[in-house]
Design a binder for this molecule. Structure first.
Ligand code: ADP
Length: 491
């Protein structure tokens, strides 16, 4: 990933705080608002319209109209792609402003927002824009005197519910395949981070995406989110978040039998064998866990280290933690910002206590940093055993657990011994070992000698309780399409 040399960053202006429905910016029907904060200072940065069922009702109506009778429904596929390209260009044009807005709302370091979130967002939209006119059916040689073919049609109105860890990138992961497929959208951003989603809606409008195609209803999960999931006018729900929420969504979606895709949590094993390049592996393990303050569904939070290199490896990890720059996310030098909010901060501190109580060795961190903002020191636990809560539960913070192993097959069983199966990584110079482990690990993504390598073209998603379906790549387009078989009698 290329990195841009950063200038000191000014705070961005917040422009959009209302619901975006049928091309109009409006207060919520109830008139209620909720506050969003800057997690580095805990100050309120904006009051945002708090949508609920009434707003979802209007948004679904607008999305259905756009799907069934608006210009979107008649537009050539290639022109849909062109509008998506235009949106990507507008995002590129405002890259610095958008990165700063993401940093303000989420707290992530500006260098990450600028060098990861923004370019990945643009890339994803361009990738799917290219798909818009390449979605075809088949002709099928059935028995008899018939012409049989399939059409791949948009699944319809899609409800998209996203989390706060990559607020802008998750918009692209959701809008990209939806728009390419010709669907229309009702999106609910996370209550912690609604601002970049609303900004992207404004840019979509500027790009010429017709009214009603994209609707954004900010608000809370049990109100706005649940209303989207239950609405009979929504054909499919795409959700990224916690598996517990996904269970509620499944129940709420059952009466209307909605199509569902989920991208959920993880407790991903990152495996360091004795024959690995240990410096590269340590750097990869550090990045794989601490990136984005540990707030990644695929964070490599269980680091399995082969016993013979364990002591050396811990030293390398510890020294990186000690020099990691934690602080003001607007400082271009900062590597780690605050956690997103008080609830996440409290949860992480609770797990750190549980780790200490269970007898794991806290090698670095284990404490808050400063007195204002939700900063947690990069924390490294050694001597962790499989049954400890810090080895079982998703912490979603800068807390790494190191576990030792000796035997490869025993390791596979331990690595797979979790309810999750989102990602895994292996560090080794032995190509057979690498592919053997890639085959045996029950995870949707396996990285070999790398971590967190994402590309819009490479499918991503979970085995087991880490998800259902895949996002990105051609695979990610499928859930947004219905297959229709047409059979014509000939003569
Ligand atoms: P996190 O703990 O990361 O916030 P959640 O699963 O709680 O994960 O939240 C992810 C998204 O799901 C957010 O946009 C949130 O508002 C939404 N959400 C939470 N509860 C529900 C629900 N019952 N129905 C629909 N969406 C929900």
């Amino acid at each position: 990933m290329s990195t841009t040399v950063m200038q000191p960053v000014r705070r961005p202006t917040i422009r959009q705080t209302e619901c975006f429905i049928d091309g109009q910016w409006t207060s919520s029907q109830s008139g209620k608002t909720f506050e969003t904060i800057h997690p580095a200072t805990e100050e309120t940065i904006a009051q945002v319209a708090e949508g609920d069922q009434a707003d979802v009702e209007l948004a679904v109506r607008a999305a259905r109209k756009a799907l069934e009778s608006g210009p979107w429904s008649r537009m050539d596929a290639r022109d849909r792609g062109r509008l998506m390209m235009k949106l990507a260009d507008l995002i590129e044009h405002e890259a610095d402003e958008l990165a700063a807005l993401e940093t303000l709302d989420n707290g992530k370091p500006i260098r990450d927002a600028r060098n990861a979130d923004v370019p990945l967002t643009i890339d994803c939209l361009r990738y799917y824009a290219g798909f818009a006119d390449k979605i075809h059916g088949q002709t099928i040689p059935i028995r008899g005197n018939y012409f049989c073919y399939t059409r791949r049609e948009p699944v319809g109105v899609v409800g998209q519910i996203i989390p706060w860890n990559f607020p802008m990138l998750m918009v692209a992961w959701k809008w990209g395949p939806a728009l390419a497929a010709g669907c229309t959208v009702v999106m609910k951003p996370a209550e912690q981070t609604p601002l970049t989603c609303l900004r992207l809606a404004r840019l979509a409008q500027k790009a010429g995406i017709p009214d009603g195609v994209i609707n954004v209803v900010p608000g809370f999960g049990p109100t706005a989110g649940a209303a989207i999931v239950k609405h009979p006018g929504v054909d499919k729900v795409a959700f990224t978040g916690e598996y517990l929420t996904a269970q509620t969504i499944m129940k709420d979606a059952a009466p209307t039998l909605k199509r569902l895709t989920f991208e959920l949590g993880g407790k991903s094993p990152n495996i360091i064998t004795a024959d690995a390049d240990l410096d590269a592996a340590a750097a990869g393990a550090h990045f794989g866990l601490y990136f984005n303050q540990g707030q990644c569904c695929c964070a490599g939070s269980r680091v399995f280290v082969e016993e013979s290199v364990h002591a050396r490896f811990i030293e390398k990890l510890a020294s990186m933690n000690k020099t990691r720059r934690v602080g003001d996310p607007f400082n271009p030098e900062t590597e780690q910002g605050p956690q997103v909010d008080r609830a996440q901060f409290d949860k992480i501190m609770k797990y750190i206590e549980l780790g200490k109580q269970a007898g794991a060795t806290c090698v670095t961190g284990g404490t808050r940093v400063g007195e204002r903002g939700y900063f947690v020191a990069p924390t490294l636990f050694d001597n962790v055993s499989d049954e400890m809560p810090i080895a079982q539960d998703e912490i979603f913070g800068p807390v790494m657990s190191v576990l030792k192993f000796k035997d490869l097959d025993e390791l596979v069983a331990r690595a797979n011994n979790t309810i999750f199966g989102l990602a895994a990584a292996v560090w080794t110079r032995d190509v057979s070992k690498a592919h053997y482990l890639a085959k045996r690990l029950r995870a949707g993504t396996v990285w070999i000698n790398c971590y967190d390598v994402f590309d819009a073209a490479a499918p991503f998603g979970g085995f087991k309780m880490s998800g259902m379906g895949r996002e990105l790549g051609e695979e990610g387009l499928r859930p947004y399409l219905e297959n229709k078989t047409v059979t014509v009698a000939l003569g």
